[in-house]
Design a protein around this ligand. Structure first.
Ligand code: DP6
Length: 367
């Protein structure tokens, strides 16, 4: 598929009004996306677990209008929200070529998250993918009874999901990995044949039962605004002295992870996942300007996890996003013991002892 395949050609605008609703999950990267080229093309491939409980629910009501500019209102958790507008405006501008009907309608976008707003959990992946899916459902309605190309009418939801992921990527890179589950790969690489820089694809390789219902408990170390926005963060990879090596390491790690997912080797899984998290932060610490996004409590938690692993036979491990919060990953069989460990030894390092229990999920749903 190329960008051209995602341009909507035949549609009608005799649909006056309607509404569509989707819920879309967040995702947590195992091999990290950090660094991008123009048009939201990643510098390296990434793979993530789709989450289950951390979701955004979005309803879009569309009404036909005569004027020829973008027109939309956003309501976040019931309240009109102006702060999100510029991001959506940019998103609409980027995707208009693929969705030429955007200026024919006024959109009322009502959105809410299942996780607390001020939790420091990035909502751009779930938020942008939910909007992209709603827009795809609107596109479907406008396309009804109009003969479109063979790719668009393939009979299954491949085209729908690919274009939803393609659009979500133009909103926020990691959002393209939130359409499907349980593991999604984004970015061309040799080990995953169908992989693309343009959209995320469901990982179709063998996955050992050790990874079934894998658990992710998110420890909220810092609920504040992100110190460095991801846009600024990705830019730090331009001219970064270690960028080339890092991008090639991500390819190697993805290939290794593919083998590990099939064999179920949890010790090797831990090594790749933790090394990826620390490498992401190492990239930020060695860029110009440089940042330390971990907090003292992030390190306390990491050390506790390592000590717990030494003491027990646990396969619990951590990963991090571009912030201080810690995602604690562990097999379903360890749920009881690890939750006890979190409660006894890690919760104190979280703001207000707050953490969120999640697990691997199956992707977005239309409501
Ligand atoms: C550290 O997807 O938030 O979470 O494309 O600029 O919106 P933009 O960036 P974003 O970057 C997320 C980076 C990460 C790692 C990852 O999820 O792979």
């Amino acid at each position: 598929m190329t960008e051209q395949d995602f341009i909507l050609k035949a549609y009608h605008t005799n649909v006056e009004t309607g509404s569509v609703k989707w819920e879309s999950p967040s995702n947590i990267a195992l091999v990290k996306y950090w660094g991008k080229k123009k048009h939201q093309i990643p510098e390296n491939p990434s793979i993530s677990f789709t989450l289950s409980n951390c979701k955004t629910v979005t309803e879009i009501t569309y009404t036909r209008k005569k004027t020829k500019e973008f027109s939309f209102d956003i309501y976040f958790e019931g309240e009109k929200n102006e702060a999100f507008k510029p991001k959506i405006q940019t998103f609409f501008e980027r995707i208009e070529i693929y969705m030429p009907f955007l200026k024919d309608y006024h959109f009322k976008i009502e959105t809410s998250n299942t996780f607390p707003h001020s939790s420091g959990i990035a909502s751009s992946a779930s938020g942008m993918s939910a909007i992209a899916l709603c827009l795809m459902s609107i596109e479907e309605k406008l396309k009804d009874n109009v003969t479109s190309s063979a790719v668009e009418r393939s009979g299954d939801n491949t085209y729908f999901n690919q274009k939803a992921s393609f659009l979500a990527r133009l909103g926020s890179g990691s959002a393209c990995r939130s359409i499907e589950g349980e593991l999604v790969v984004w970015g061309e690489n040799e080990s995953v044949a169908a992989s693309s820089d343009l959209y995320g694809v469901k990982f179709e390789g063998d996955v050992h039962s050790n990874f079934k219902n894998y658990q992710d408990t998110i420890l909220l170390v810092d609920k504040g605004e992100k110190q460095v926005s991801s846009t600024v963060g990705h830019q730090l990879m331009y001219g970064h002295p270690f960028a080339k090596e890092r991008f090639s390491q991500a390819h190697d790690n993805l290939a290794k992870l593919k083998t590990i997912l099939a064999s179920g080797d949890l010790n090797e899984f831990v090594k790749i996942v933790e090394s990826e998290a620390l490498t992401l932060h190492a990239m930020m610490m060695t860029s110009m300007p440089y940042f330390i996004l971990m907090k003292p409590n992030t390190l306390e938690i990491i050390n506790k996890i390592w000590a717990y692993r030494l003491k027990t036979d646990s396969k619990v491990c951590f990963t991090l996003d571009a912030g201080a919060n810690v995602h604690v990953l562990y097999p379903e069989t360890e749920t009881e013991t690890v939750l006890q460990f979190i409660k006894n030894e890690l919760a104190n390092y979280c703001q207000n002892a707050h953490y969120i229990c999640d697990q691997i999920g199956h992707g977005a749903n239309q409501l």
